[in-house]
Every structure is written in structure tokens, then in C-alpha cells.
Design a protein around this ligand. Structure first.
Ligand SMILES: [Zn+2]
Length: 92
């Protein structure tokens, strides 16, 4: 008879234990970050081209070396051409 009471107590404790083991809402669990990464492919398929005033090469604006002069922005194919332009136009 005592074993039945002990068994009931064990079942009761087990029931209580199982109730406590139910998943609780845990704080401090941030949602996953949005799917936006450092990649930003907003450039369209048509790239704006500018002509290098030093060597005459057409370069895409996104890859050109820029030089702000007065109120206009000049585009060069390379820093060398920009330096040539800054050094001064050739005589002739
Ligand atoms: Zn150039």
C-alpha cells in the first residue's frame, strides 16, 4: 500500500517536472538579421561613360578616377592621367 502512495508521489513529481520542462519564452534572443548584405547591385546594365581628357579613353563612371575641379567633375582612366592633368596641359 505504501508503494502505491510512493508511486503516486513519483508520478506527481514527474508531472510537475514535465510541466516545468515545457519551453519557456526566452528573453534576449534577437530575430535573425534581414537578408540585406553589403552587396548593393543598384547599378543598371547601362554604365555611364566619360572620356579621359588626357588620353581620350572612355571609362565607366563607376571605375573612373575622378577629379573635382571648380564646379565640374573630371573623369580619368587612371591616377596617372589625373596627375598629368593636374600637372598642367601640355604646351601645343
Ligand atoms: Zn587616361
Amino acid at each position: 500500500m505504501f508503494q502505491l502512495i510512493l508511486l503516486a508521489a513519483i508520478i506527481y513529481l514527474l508531472y510537475r517536472w514535465l510541466r516545468q520542462e515545457t519551453p519557456r519564452p526566452r528573453g534576449g534572443n534577437p530575430p535573425p538579421p534581414p537578408a540585406t548584405g553589403p552587396f548593393n547591385r543598384s547599378a543598371g546594365p547601362i554604365e555611364e561613360m566619360r572620356q579621359d581628357p588626357v588620353c581620350g579613353t572612355w571609362v565607366p563612371v563607376s571605375q573612373a578616377v575622378t577629379l573635382k575641379r571648380d564646379r565640374e567633375t573630371l573623369f580619368f582612366c587612371s591616377p596617372e592621367c589625373r596627375d598629368k592633368f593636374q600637372a598642367g596641359p601640355p604646351n601645343g
